[in-house]
Design a protein around this ligand. Sequence first.
Ligand code: AMP
Ligand code: MG
Length: 291
Amino acid sequence: MCHDVARHSYARKAMGTDLGIVLYSAEPKQAAALASNAFALAESLEAILSDYRDNSDVRRLPRLVGEPQAVNPHLWAVLEQGQALSAASDGAFDMTVGPLVMAWRHSSLLGRLPDEAVLAKRRAASGWQGLSLHPANRTVTVTRLGMRLDLGGIAKGYIADQMLALLAIGGCTNALIDAGGDLVLGGPPPGREGWEVKVAGSDKALQLSHCGVATSGASQRFLEVDGMRYSHIIDPRTGLGVTHPWQVTVIAPNGLLADAWASACSVLGKESGDALIRRYSGLRAIWTAVP
Ligand code: AMP
Ligand code: MG
């Protein structure tokens, strides 16, 4: 039976957040099946990329130090692009912050900052240059003992990109993925110029399509000690959460770039972050101060 093109939306809990799909289709059954496949894909990618899962590829990789290891192609894709972001941001974006993130999680339970001795040890176990990628055979060598990878600043964007690509292969090109407020947009709703996207913390609404939009910053999760707010975004130079009040929304050609650049900008703060991102065409940052 033939239907008119209509809007369909689907939601699941995944990646520790609400994961949503909105798409336009004239075939409701086919659309529902496609959405269900996209959610299944997200789940299988999360099993590879999540640092919360004890047996994920991400958790297993740093257990062997000093030897090249073959990695899952999805993990390779994320690591390769993430390392490029680390180089571009002079280490502000850093997927090896895992040991520092663990210290941060512990601190937020206790309500106090980690000791300097603990921090120094954790900083020594991390650092993006402690991860060597060998493109010729797509292997990865971890060179620091105690390293732990954390793809929390990039994997959501990658997974949403993969979901959108799967929908497109199935014929649904007018679609969006909403990963807890971070968006990956395909073609616009029929007859429209773009998807209406509200920018977090501002009254701006933009018409966007074929891009990624991610927001990152101090407001979302923080630890307060002596009146100072420490964000869950770690400054790899200090090992502590950043303390500036800026929240940033990045619009980029895809979800991975939006996600990772938003995290990088969150570390750098408005002045340095904005100066850096302006050097790249195709990227745009909107900053709002969190009260
Ligand atoms: P997002 O909300 O996308 O900025 O991601 C925040 C998450 O990224 C944190 O919860 C950590 O898992 C991870 N993260 C924290 N600091 C950094 C950093 N400097 N570089 C990359 N990822 C980070
Ligand atoms: Mg991010």
